[in-house]
Design a protein around this ligand. Sequence first.
Ligand SMILES: [Fe+2]
Ligand SMILES: [Fe+2]
Length: 271
Amino acid sequence: MRILFLGDVMGRAGRAAIAETLPRLKTDWRLDFVVVNGENATSGVGLSQAHAQVLLNAGADCLTLGDHAFDQRDMLQFIEREPRILRPLNYAKTAPGRGHQLFEAKGGRKVLVMQALGQVFMKRPFADPFSAVEGVLRSHPLGGLAAATIVDIHCEATSEKMATGHFCDGRASLVVGTHTHVQTSDEVVLPGGTAYLTDLGMSGVKDSAIGRDLQAVLGTFLNGMPGKFDMANGDALLEGAIIDIDARTGRAKRIERVREGMSGPAQNALR
Ligand SMILES: [Fe+2]
Ligand SMILES: [Fe+2]
């Protein structure tokens, strides 16, 4: 089975790129299941109900969130009514919603998705992500009920993301990092059969500072004063990864980075 996971959607430009492009990609790339990280889709801070609907209507089968999960207050209620949206497993003991969920992919096969927040360099402390992920993996062995298991590790540190990939190796089909908005080039299928990529990148404006206006961000770096970072305007690109999974074993066969909207060598054999 073939899965597409798109990185953090940054504001209006990212939403528009997904609404315009994802329906075509689902057909052209014969996708069985699509996950989108939506934690920044509403002006860079959280995900509103209305904007979640835009991403779901475009063809996302599951939306993950992150440290910005509840920055838009209507998500506190909406997540209880919309099982396709996940917040991090270890967000807070009293958080509404779920951190993992079994979904049905095209053709009826089951896909397990979970998200955890890392602890290193994050602005707020969160509970241990490794024990949170361990609990879900133990109750859902790979090759069992779910044809694929997907782990979104949402954090700053590349080391913490990579450690999570190896921690899950042989027990998940895919471990991908989100949150830093810059795509890394270390995609690999680990020895136990888990596909891994340190960061998917973002769906947002190409010429920007991780999706925000370049001049605003640069101004703050140059004068040392806090500034208001508006969202960038301009052409958006979609970044993420496609993963082919053996649905009998749950092991990944290959992983390929996606940078849709860039000219150059991003296009290749899988599509
Ligand atoms: Fe984040
Ligand atoms: Fe983000």
